[in-house]
Design a protein around this ligand. Structure first.
Ligand SMILES: O=C(O)[C@H]1O[C@H](OP(=O)(O)OP(=O)(O)OC[C@H]2O[C@@H](n3ccc(=O)[nH]c3=O)[C@H](O)[C@@H]2O)[C@H](O)[C@@H](O)[C@H]1O
Length: 436
């Protein structure tokens, strides 16, 4: 008699026995029934296999975008405490979101250096090379800044952090950045820039004491505005990208939390920030990489062959603007989720006030790298870009003491120096590369 295992597998070809007994019909019926149930079992097995493969894939995908690292425990709390320790009179304890990001890591370091307590949070997503984020985290760890691996959408984590540390300020820099990537992955902008923002504001509103919040808006909110330079009072109701729309929505959402709960809010409209430890997705960074690797770069051009221009702003100037914002933010007025008076609501441009065209950016890089770029000049695709940006910084100058001091040439020099060093273009190799 064949066992269940035998029924699951077909007989060896060429070895099928012919059944000649008088019970043939009965046996054939059984055999037929057995082969149907075999097929059914196989089908079930395949469905289960496919389902587990798909769920494993989605686990891997989501895991690589939002690494859900574990947090909590005595040791973890100790690290958070240590990192939040204030080392000067009237210093702040600041929660920096997006601390392993470009601007976040620079701001965290500057705060720590002047004696404020800093705790970072970052989800280390894979929008660009997470190893660069890990290196920034390591750099911060060398300066006693602890970066918690977690997502700002994690309510329990935020509650825990506010439990452990009575943060005086939140510097909210975590976001899905990038103007053109929104075409590819719109939901990531909603996840970080809308849902994440609301989750964070909920935690801030409930915290006791309520922290003052300074957060990253963007020059992109000016969208199709053509009145130059861009002032904070200009219209911002014509965003050109989903990224810009989520940042504009952020300005409205933060206003609501200021109005209802008395949270002190300062929104900073950053203008194309660049510098060492920068973002690989941005033009100055990817142009440098491609030029060094002798790969072509694509230079976008506006209608009627007009060059695109940006008010490129150096990271150190932006850091000063962020610190100035924290220093002047004023207090939140609410407690236990209730407002007890009006709190400041402010928005500032942080730009350089000196727009430079993209071809000029390329010229500067060519000179500094001593290499010629292979340029493909194409018309700007309609995927969210705007033709130019130019900041009016009067308000920031008056209220924050903001005064940018680094022009594009000097800033790029520092960036290129960092880039060559970080990516191991040692002096010998670099000398080989520095041939026009
Ligand atoms: O101020 C902001 O709020 C935003 O600044 C930044 O956006 P952008 O000003 O668009 O910077 P970036 O991508 O470096 O492109 C610069 C120029 O190069 C052109 N560009 C770009 C890529 C390319 O391959 N070719 C090209 O010509 C391109 O057409 C553009 O003219 C941040 O990424 C964004 O997160 C947000 O913070």
């Amino acid at each position: 008699m064949r066992g269940l295992e035998d029924e699951l597998y077909p007989s060896t070809p060429g070895k099928v026995k012919i059944d000649r007994s008088h019970n043939t019909i009965n046996r054939q019926f059984h055999r037929c029934f057995a082969s149907t149930s075999t097929m059914f079992l196989w089908a079930l097995f395949l469905i289960a296999l496919t389902a587990s493969y798909l769920s494993f894939q989605s686990f891997v995908d989501s895991g690589s975008r939002y690494i859900s690292a574990s947090w909590g425990g005595i040791q973890w709390e100790k690290q958070v405490h240590m990192s939040a320790q204030v080392r000067k009179e009237n210093g702040f304890s600041v929660l920096v979101t997006g601390a392993a990001g470009f601007i976040g890591s620079h701001v965290s370091l500057a705060l720590k250096k002047r004696g404020d307590g800093v705790v970072g949070i970052d989800n280390f997503n894979s929008y660009y090379d997470p190893s660069l984020k890990k290196s920034r985290k390591a750099l911060l760890a060398d300066h006693n800044v602890f970066v918690v691996e977690g997502d700002i959408n994690d309510v329990k984590l935020l509650d825990k952090l506010f439990d452990v540390v009575p943060f005086t300020h939140v510097m909210h820099l975590a976001a899905q950045a990038g103007v053109r990537y929104a075409i590819e992955n719109p939901s990531s902008y909603i996840h970080s820039n809308i849902a994440g923002l609301v989750t964070l504001l909920e935690a801030c509103k409930t915290a006791n004491p309520q922290p003052s919040v300074v957060w990253a808006s963007s020059s992109s909110v000016y969208g199709l505005n053509d009145k130059v330079p861009f002032s904070e009072t200009d219209q911002t109701d014509q965003p050109a990208s989903l990224y810009a729309a989520t940042k504009k929505a952020g300005e409205e959402i933060t206003h609501t939390y200021n109005h209802i709960y008395g949270l002190s809010i300062t929104g900073l409209r950053f203008f194309t920030v660049y510098g060492p430890w920068g973002r690989p997705d941005m033009a100055y960074f990817s142009f440098t990489r491609n030029i060094l690797q002798r790969k072509p770069i694509t230079v976008y051009r506006g209608k009627d062959r007009v060059d695109l221009a940006r008010d490129f702003t150096y990271i150190d100037d932006i850091v000063k603007g962020c610190l100035g914002s924290l220093d002047t933010s004023g207090k939140s007025t609410g407690s236990g989720g209730k407002k007890s008076g009006a709190a400041p609501y402010r928005i500032f441009n942080l730009g350089n006030t000196n727009p430079v065209t993209v071809p000029t950016l390329v010229d500067i890089l060519e000179r500094q790298l001593k290499l010629k770029a292979k340029k493909n000049v194409v018309e700007m695709p309609g995927n969210g870009d705007v033709p130019f940006t130019h900041a009016n910084i009067t308000a920031a100058r008056l209220e924050l003491g903001y005064k940018p001091t680094t022009d594009l040439q000097s800033g790029l020099k520092k960036f290129v120096k960092w880039y060559l060093n970080y990516y191991g273009y040692n002096s010998k190799t670099t000398r080989n590369l520095l041939v026009m």
